[in-house]
Design a protein around this ligand. Sequence first.
Ligand SMILES: [Zn+2]
Length: 297
Amino acid sequence: MKLLKRYLPVLLLLFPTFAHAELQIVATLPALGQIAAAVAGEDGKVRVLARVGQDPHFVPPKPTLARHLANADLLMTAGLALEGGWLPPLIELSRNSRIRVGQPGHFAGSDAVEMLGTLEKADRSMGDVHPEGNPHWWLDPLRAAKTATALAGRLGEIDPDHADAYQLRAALLRKHLHALVIEWQPRLVDLPPVVSYHDSYRYFCERFAIPVAGFIEPKPGVEPSTRHLDDLVALIAARKVTQVWVEPYHLGRLVKRVAKLSGAAVFTMPDSVEGEGADGYLSMIEQLLESAAGRNQ
Ligand SMILES: [Zn+2]
């Protein structure tokens, strides 16, 4: 025992994991996982349920995903029912009461930021996938910054020993994101409006003052009619739209048809990319910005 006492500090130095039980964090989407990893740093291990390029509204709720949730100290979601169709059964299956809605281990990013496009009432009967408002807030770097701060606060509640470290990392991410917005905002003014498939880029477009002329979907989650597409093609000509933005999971014949009939270019605009932590998140936003800036070419 005496020996152990003497050598324990040395052992802890050599094997820091003994001394340092890192938090187990699960994020529903890759971009949220990158924000979480930036805030958690070496004090947390982040796993992500959805894959890059997967439709965040419809992730197949495989039992393996529930296994990831079983030991989670914190679950980070986009919120506003984005994951409503697939996450609740996984939480149930995980039998992890710490990550249930209302528990400290359940963190919905949407609770931390101001929402856009909130509907008056839920309307799933119309095939609407945004019954509580637009959940795609993570494509706005400043809302991501706010969420990072709120997440740091929550992680600090669960793991008070590292509360300061979470706050410091969130502040660093915030600094990078604010700098990015200040750099890019002036570069995107006075460019033609865009058309997008789904209403994914509302927050991104609002942040950078990019006008959105219309959508291929008449309502979020609703397939367009031929009439709607014809009207959209006319609108693209009238508003001099040069780009049609499409989520990787919506790329298909409808987009190609609109592009062919209107002459607008199709841009695949990711809502997640591969990459670690802050670097991964920032590279996604930069990719979106580079494409958006291409409208004047
Ligand atoms: Zn959506």
